[in-house]
Design a protein around this ligand. Sequence first.
Ligand SMILES: *Cc1c(COP(=O)(O)O)cnc(C)c1O
Length: 368
Amino acid sequence: MRHKEEIRVSRVYNFSAGPAVLPEEVLQEAAAEMMDYKGSGMSVMEMSHRSKWFDDIIKDAEKDLRELMNIPDNYKVLFLQGGASQFFAEVPMNLMKNKKAGYIITGQWAKKAFAEAKIYGDAVELASSADETFSYIPDCSDLPITDDMDYVYICENNTIYGTKYKKLPNTKGKNLVADVSSCFLSEPVDVSKYAVIYGGVQKNVGPAGVVIAIIREDLITDDCLPGTPTMLKWKTQADNDSLYNTPPCYGIYICGKVFKWLKKMGGLSVMKERNEEKAKILYDFLDQSKLFKGTVRKEDRSLMNVPFVTGDAELDAKFVKEATAAGFVNLKGHRTVGGMRASIYNAMPKEGVEKLVEFMKKFEEENA
Ligand SMILES: *Cc1c(COP(=O)(O)O)cnc(C)c1O
């Protein structure tokens, strides 16, 4: 073996909404295995997706995810590509048998999924929080769902606006499809309440390039909309255990490591407690601050994405600049909303949030 060189690193507190912070342990393990994965003499990036090594990687990843989320046996787990955005089209292509579906519009990602579905059929807006810049989750107890709708669609955690459903909508017996990109594995979920759960992993789980979809088996059929590409039929992917073509091998490998890390941490109930504790530190500070304000209705606040403002665009910019210089990076709000946003996913340590709050306090004193 050639000798390894020490790499000196300096890490920041990365509050990016995505691609986002990953557990340091996972990165270190991946670094250690980079040149020679388990005696193969290759990196996982360099090996066949049909090799024994990769077969173990993808099977282990699925097994660990099933354990973490307690996924019932009648659900398939697929590792796909194309980002959550491609899945916006896959949902109607695979599910719109009646060519009609209901969408709840809680932000940009729900809006984009809705617009995509309209290409394929009659997508109906069931509720929306657009009237108040998506700062809340609309009442979903009695939605105008009709019998001929194939499914009801939600974006469960709204990455840009920082809202999260605390209770799933009453779908009146219709299949629920949820984009969970930015809350994936942040807390336990009852998979059986959903027909389809999916997300791009680059927010809370792994590197960009992988979409994980958990789909109830009876919904995986050959009966897709005419013209659905082979690759976008869930049946193709399910029949081939996500290996119809070359999957995003390296991304799946890192996701698998994150699943093992989550199991070691104690699983999703422990993650939920940790996430609640971290979010509370930041929200409690925002609630008493005279300078910073949270932008979301309290009962709908996300544990993962925390948007806030000073109310003055120049002061916001000054804050972002000084925070960056102090090692708190990617705090600028989404380009469509401005202000700031701290994404505090699973891998953000509590210490990162505490230090950010200390920095905000200091900034508030200096700019009062
Ligand atoms: C980031 C994000 C998307 C888009 O994901 P891509 O993988 O870039 O297509 C969709 N939905 C939600 C909730 C997101 O946070």
